[in-house]
Design a protein around this ligand. Sequence first.
Ligand code: NAD
Ligand code: ZN
Length: 342
Amino acid sequence: MALMRALQKRAAGPGLELCEVEVPKIRPDQVLVKIEVAAICGTDLHIYNWDAWSANRLRLPVTIGHEFAGRIVEVGENVTGLSEGMLVTAEGHFTCGRCYYCRTGQGHICDDVKILGVDIDGIFAEYAAIDAENIWPLPDGFDPAVGAVHDPLGNAVHAAYVHGLTGKNVIVTGCGPIGLFCIALARQAGARTIIASDMNEYRRNLAKELGADYVVNGGADDLKSVVRRATGIGADVLLEMSGSRQALASGLGALRKGGAASLLGIFSDNVSMDLDAVIFNQLTLHGINGRRMYDTWFQMQAALEAGLDITPVITHKFKFEEYEEAMALLNSGRCGKVLLIP
Ligand code: NAD
Ligand code: ZN
């Protein structure tokens, strides 16, 4: 049997192990992908750090990771339309196909979803078996690093495209990779003014590079007065990408009456908020979960074809064996998107 290297969570507690495991065998409806580039998501960091969510959710051992680009090296006998040698990435949410949501075109909120690298073995490995249905082929000559970040870019597209951003004043709270993608998307869509906030100076600089007109120190500056000065009236749209209660409150407080927000950032505990402000200012709040299958993916493809440049978000590259260093860098926040190369 053939062996490969994989980054696995094998024991409850912080850390990962780089181990030798069997190359997965594909089912007839799957393809085997040789991973060229993997990217580290916040979820992988949570699993590495072993927070309460990870401890509750994971069954060990499991190979983690779900953001990748790679080449198909084997095609299951029931698969059509995919062939060996194709450069691909994939939607990492495997849906049941039977529930109310799946059957009404809302698979992204499937009742029985399985997540790659969480519920089933993921892609921090040399090879991964992926359901053909979830494979997203990339054009010939496509930059695999950009291919590897389609999953979080899709989150940003889903959150941003809920609103027509053309001519709008847009706030982005939280300039992690997904917030940074949102800035690039808003700029491309022709937003009037983009105001971004983060307490992390490294990420505020990236926000400027991606096209934010104003960057605010989320911890210290008064977002509302910056937004008022920049827009005269308040922002039309808030894209909440931090999962910070304080950012949510200040972002909503800086919207004009009738404004709207996409809430994508995940809060670690319950949030109490000023609902009177939502009611009397007639705000609209959109919860955003994952990527619409596959509307979001086509929108993302179109944005990239139209010239969306997200390469400044990708700041670091590590080899698999340097994973500890990569995770430490992510914990420090002095980075954008971090890649792992098998
Ligand atoms: P990230 O952790 O890299 O980025 C979050 C950023 O928010 C950080 O740069 C942090 O400094 C900043 N921040 C924290 N408090 C702030 C404040 N008060 N004001 C301004 N900025 C503040 O995360 P990411 O990978 O970019 O993802 C963004 C968020 O989206 C995370 O909360 C993540 O858990 C969540 N997420 C949600 C979904 C979904 O489907 N809803 C999917 C993926 C990620
Ligand atoms: Zn379902």
